[in-house]
Ligand binder design. Structure first.
Ligand code: 5RP
Length: 235
């Protein structure tokens, strides 16, 4: 196991995190909520990663037994590096979940998926009796869609069909997400493509309208989910 441990320990994250101080504050709060034997759904992104670091610290200091259900390979690897045992939705229901967001409006509707993990994130949030969304001040918006497009994960062969069907929802712009520094598109962990779709207006039924298009796996639009927002502004 020595070689495997060396290679996992060499993995590094979190060198460049925006609003780090604010994110540390909400991460600390999440870590303080962990109790022994919890099974926790862990979202993706830098805020979730910082919370994981703080949770790992508590596990070490207090000998807690927790298991994590990760929402991405990246978070799974981070858990491996931090020595946090993993489980899955096939084996366990989470007691609670925490995750980040890209935009949150006054009604707690959200856009997520800048990291492309929204399918698993939505699955975890839907499977969890309680979800905490941890957010720095940059995430709170008065109008959803004002900063970020809505990411839509699609089955690759459905690209043309979904693109055409999305037109009927009056988007301002539809862009195929491209891999940074490469000529090709981003391929998700599920082997799919992502369309980033910008809307001027996001009505209540938009999430369902997008989901009903054949070929759409999931979108990063979270309308009326029962989540508790932990914002750095309120801590
Ligand atoms: C990934 C997500 C993240 O939660 C969201 O992008 C926020 O990321 P960060 O905490 O790095 O600001 O939805 O799919």
């Amino acid at each position: 196991m020595e070689r495997e441990k060396t290679i996992i320990n060499s993995l590094e994250w979190g060198k460049e995190i925006s609003n780090r101080e604010e994110k540390e504050k909400v991460a600390e709060k999440i870590a303080s909520m962990v109790t022994d034997n919890d099974i926790i759904g862990v979202g993706s992104g830098s805020t979730a990663y910082l919370a994981l670091l703080k949770i790992a610290e508590r596990i070490r200091n207090e000998q807690l037994h927790i298991r994590a259900i990760p929402t991405s390979q990246e978070i799974k690897m981070a858990c491996a590096k931090l020595g946090i045992p993993l489980t899955s939705l096939l084996e366990h229901k989470p007691n609670w979940t925490f995750d980040g967001a890209d935009e949150i409006d006054f009604s707690h509707n959200m856009i997520k998926g800048r990291g492309g993990a929204m399918f698993k994130e939505k699955l975890l949030i839907s499977s969890s009796p309680r979800t905490f969304i941890i957010a720095d001040s940059s995430k709170m918006v008065s109008k959803l869609g004002s900063r970020f497009p809505v990411p839509v994960e699609i089955f690759p062969d459905a690209l043309v069909h979904v693109d055409q069907a999305l037109q009927s929802l009056s988007p301002v712009e539809i862009k195929l997400r491209m891999a940074q520094g490469k000529d090709g598109p981003v391929i998700t962990e599920n082997g799919n493509l992502i369309l980033d779709v910008r809307f001027d207006n996001i009505p209540d039924n938009l999430e369902n309208a997008i989901k009903s298009i054949t070929g759409v796996i999931e979108s990063g639009l979270f309308m009326h989910y029962e989540v508790l927002i932990l914002s750095s502004e309120e801590l």
